[in-house]
Design a binder for this molecule. Structure first.
Ligand code: CAO
Length: 397
């Protein structure tokens, strides 16, 4: 902060809270008040000087014992200097007045009030002279917070637009499923800090196995798709990184680790997205899973899923691989803490040593709740998952 004006001179008498100097920082100009009254003895700075928090600005002769730091932002004790008995005062002392923190522009009284109320003044807008924060600003801030208002979540109402002004339209009511999805994804989106980690798994061997064995499934009336291999691989990764198989309790104080492996599977239906749950995936082989997946996705499309069919997921898979796309950022299906997005696999030239070979690479997008999962754990999870998808023997034994 640069000193741009000195408002007092030696010999002046100042009262507590009188401005003594004007400083200019990056964002604002601030008048620095003195926290004690007295007679200005010596000015320690000049216009153009750069000062930091705690720099001594001037010394004051004060009546009585100098005891407190003269500015709250300076945490150093002001030391009495050469007490004298001049002017008939019983005790006199000198104190140093120091520069405050440049972050906020507020008097010591306001800082004290904010401290007592637990308010971070950096979040409070100042309405006093030169944007100085005054007591009313602190009270207004507290009132707003108590009434549920927060700076970050203050979203204005949706704008009403008359689309017919621009062309022909058709209005169709949202389905119940659409509305329920909207509530759930919105809640997750605003309450969960999401991060998405990407990777690619080499599924060449897995696809060879699938092609060789898919007739076995179709003969029995169901389809063997990559998804069931992915489900098995996810269970392996959940066992390897158990934090992904947990949920935060309602208070956010505890993590609940699950010892079962139930996977939510996002299913696209004409009425919208539903997420039935395949239970105990660890105990079923790929053919059993393929059969069950066929049954629950059929039930979903026929609107026959019960609430019990959709309860109890540990982790969710959203597969868009049958449709296309290279990657996406799925929204965590709370109270799960992770969700795997699967996109369409593609034959890709891959270096193996010095050779470039065609490999079938499967894109994976892992979104997670960053309150629970650290980036390193997520990277470990996706690396483990990719390795499992590259080892078809491990998935089918
Ligand atoms: N890469 C390449 N091909 C893939 C693939 C992938 N990742 N995933 C599936 N395929 C293929 C399948 O093998 C199948 O081809 P074949 O018949 O030749 O074997 C074809 O694509 C269609 O598969 P599918 O979609 O019918 O079956 P599935 O087991 O992959 O998926 C289900 C089942 C229910 C998950 C899926 O039908 C569905 O609804 N997906 C949409 C989920 C969704 O909407 N997610 C978004 C939610 S918002 O996050």
């Amino acid at each position: 902060m640069e000193v741009i004006e000195i408002l007092v001179k030696p010999g002046d008498t100042v009262q507590q809270e009188d401005s003594i100097v004007t400083l200019e920082g990056d964002k604002a100009t601030m008048e620095v008040p003195t926290t004690v009254g007295g007679v200005v003895k010596e000015i320690k700075i000049k216009v153009g000087d750069l000062v930091a928090e705690g720099s001594v600005i001037l010394t004051l002769e004060v009546e009585g014992e100098a005891k407190a730091p003269t500015n709250e932002a300076s945490k150093e004790e002001a030391k009495p200097q050469k007490p004298s008995k001049a002017n008939g005062r019983s005790t006199e002392a000198s104190v140093e007045v120091a520069a405050p923190s440049g972050d906020v522009y507020a008097s010591p009284g306001v800082r004290r009030l904010a401290h007592e109320l637990g308010v971070d003044l950096r979040n409070v807008g100042g309405t006093g002279p030169k944007n100085r924060i005054i007591k009313q600003d602190v009270f207004a801030y507290v009132k707003k917070r108590l009434s549920g208002g927060g700076d970050g979540l203050q979203i204005g109402p949706a704008r009403k637009v008359d689309f017919t002004k621009f062309g022909e339209v058709e209005t169709v009511p949202l389905s119940k499923i659409n509305k329920a999805t909207a509530v759930n994804v919105h809640r997750s989106w605003v309450t969960i800090p999401h991060v998405t980690q990407f990777d690619e798994a080499d599924t060449t061997d897995m696809e060879a196995f699938r092609q060789k064995n898919k007739k076995k499934a179709t003969d029995s009336g169901y389809k063997l798709t990559p998804l069931v291999f992915i489900m098995k691989a996810v269970v392996g990764a959940l066992k390897e990184v158990p934090r992904f198989n947990s949920s935060l309790d309602a208070n956010g104080d505890n993590l609940i680790y699950k010892k079962y492996f139930h996977l939510g599977i996002a299913v696209d239906t004409p009425d919208g997205l539903v997420v039935p749950v395949v239970k105990d995936v660890d105990k079923k082989d790929i053919y059993e899973l393929a059969k069950e997946l066929g049954e629950i996705s059929g039930k979903a499309r026929d609107k026959k899923l019960t609430p019990a069919d959709m309860a109890g997921s540990c982790f969710t898979i959203s597969s868009l691989g049958g449709i296309g796309g290279t990657a996406f950022t799925p929204i965590v299906n709370a109270p799960d803490v992770g969700i795997l997005g699967v996109s369409r696999s593609k034959v890709t030239p891959v270096y193996q040593g010095d050779k470039v070979v065609p490999r079938l690479m499967l894109p994976l997008s892992l979104s997670y709740d960053h309150r629970v999962i650290d980036g390193a754990a997520a990277a470990r999870f996706i690396v483990d998952l990719s390795a499992r998808l590259g080892d078809v023997k491990g998935l089918t034994k």
